[in-house]
Design a protein around this ligand. Structure first.
Ligand SMILES: Cc1cc2nc3c(=O)[nH]c(=O)nc-3n(C[C@H](O)[C@H](O)[C@H](O)COP(=O)(O)OP(=O)(O)OC[C@H]3O[C@@H](n4cnc5c(N)ncnc54)[C@H](O)[C@@H]3O)c2cc1C
Length: 392
């Protein structure tokens, strides 16, 4: 039976502290990649299934309806949280994909450790020659008895250095077309033959990496979905990623008065005293709130992934960047000398338009799949992958 709003609030207030005015916003992927805080938070929530309410109880959820889940998510925003960035791929991408396509054995092995934070996943999709053009993935997977032998390299693999599992797109059949020769695997990141080299970003993050894969053996029972279905699964995963990126309020932990902590902070610092600055601040607030409400509406109708996720991602990136750059502007010339939380957000801004698919790619998706505009000219859909002319 679904709980009402007060019952949800009551139950959560027994296990989490209320959000304080001093609680800082979190930056997606920036900062410490503090694994401990996120794991503790998940372990507190998993008992009653608050973190992943729509998941089945045995995997760490509480079988909630989309309406109840949306209310729970709104209520959690009123309490202190933790930066769950390290756990994002498992919670938002791998979990839902496994629930749709995983075998019973895979769900039993992987879902609860995802929900309680004991096993972290990363997403091994992008390669030096496969980013926006993801179907160009060249990592090979060749069958050898009950195993697959993987060779190649991935890049921009966030969380690669501390993940237990990698959701990895690889080419199992180079003779067929580019899109149909791909298969999805779960790779144990501690397997012999995996080398992870971290890359430092301009905001100081060291969370993403190059991953070199040399003769890595993957058991066939760790293949996700059918042979040759890798592209379909990648598209599904990316749609989930966009909606989850778009679904974050990006550092806007709302307090009971409905104002995000950053707006309160600007008020306290006197940035809202001058009418021109106040007008800019209100624009930041409106972008934030429109994104938040649209995401909540999509979630309560159970319609937050698919092409709608591209709209959510574009809106949330716009809101995040506008706020981060405005915060720097409010600081004035002195802003160039500080290295605080706002500065990290400022330096994180540009990457928001790239990760999870670039702004241009999101607009292509909306144009083609929502507005029905003519599709881009594609010359590489037919013929074998092996014969395609590709960058070297
Ligand atoms: C912080 C961060 C974290 C990331 N984490 C991961 C991760 O965990 N796992 C993972 O697999 N990948 C990850 N990525 C990689 C990310 O998905 C890719 O960077 C992204 O898809 C773009 O690919 P690319 O870098 O190869 O750029 P390209 O695809 O080479 O694009 C270059 C430029 O061309 C434009 N462009 C390309 N094609 C088109 C087109 N058809 N129409 C219009 N414009 C186009 C792009 O918009 C872009 O401006 C991460 C990236 C960042 C920045």
């Amino acid at each position: 039976m679904s709980l009402n709003d007060e019952e949800i609030y009551e139950a959560i207030s027994e296990i989490l502290p209320k959000l304080g005015a001093e609680t800082s916003s979190t930056v997606l992927g920036a900062g410490s990649d503090d694994l401990e805080a996120g794991r503790n938070y998940l372990q507190v929530l998993v008992e009653e299934g608050w973190m992943l309410p729509t998941w089945p109880q045995k995997y760490g959820g509480r079988n909630s309806t989309p309406e109840e889940a949306s209310q729970i998510s709104k209520t959690l925003g009123l309490f202190e949280g933790a930066d769950l960035y390290p756990y994002g791929v498992g919670l938002s991408l791998v979990g839902p994909v496994l629930m749709e396509l995983g075998t019973d054995d895979q769900m039993n092995r992987w879902l609860l450790p995802i929900a309680n934070g004991s096993e972290i996943w990363c997403q091994m999709f992008s390669e030096p020659d496969a980013g926006s053009d993801l179907a160009n993935v060249g990592m090979s997977a060749e069958k050898d008895g009950e195993e697959w032998i993987l060779n190649g390299s991935k890049v921009w693999t966030s969380r690669g250095a501390y993940s237990k599992w990698g959701m990895c797109l690889a080419r199992t059949d180079p003779e067929t077309t580019k899109h149909s020769g791909l298969t999805m695997f779960a790779v144990d990141m501690k397997s012999p033959g995996i080398e992870v080299r971290t890359i430092e970003q301009m905001n100081g993050d060291r969370h993403f990496s190059e991953v070199f894969v040399s003769d890595v053996a993957v058991e066939d029972r760790n293949r996700i979905g059918n042979l040759g279905d890798g592209w379909k699964i990648a598209v599904k995963t990316l749609a989930l990623e966009r909606s989850s990126l778009g679904g974050r309020s990006f550092g806007g932990g709302d307090q009971s008065n409905g104002l995000p902590t950053w707006l309160e902070d600007w008020k306290v610092k006197g940035y809202l005293d001058d009418p021109v600055s106040r007008q800019k601040a209100m624009k930041a607030f409106m972008l934030h709130r429109v994104n938040q409400l649209t995401v909540l509406r999509a979630a309560s109708s159970g319609n937050s992934s698919g092409p709608a996720g591209s709209g959510a991602k574009l809106r949330s990136v716009l809101a995040f960047k506008f706020r981060a750059y405005l915060s720097k502007e409010f600081f004035g010339a002195e802003g160039m000398l500080v290295n605080d939380h706002e500065h990290i957000e400022f330096l994180t801004g540009p990457s928001m338009s790239i990760r999870g698919g670039t702004d241009e790619v999101q607009r292509n998706i909306l144009g083609e799949r929502v507005l029905g505009l003519p599709t881009e000219h594609r010359v590489d859909k037919e013929g074998s992958y092996r014969d395609l002319v590709r960058g070297k």
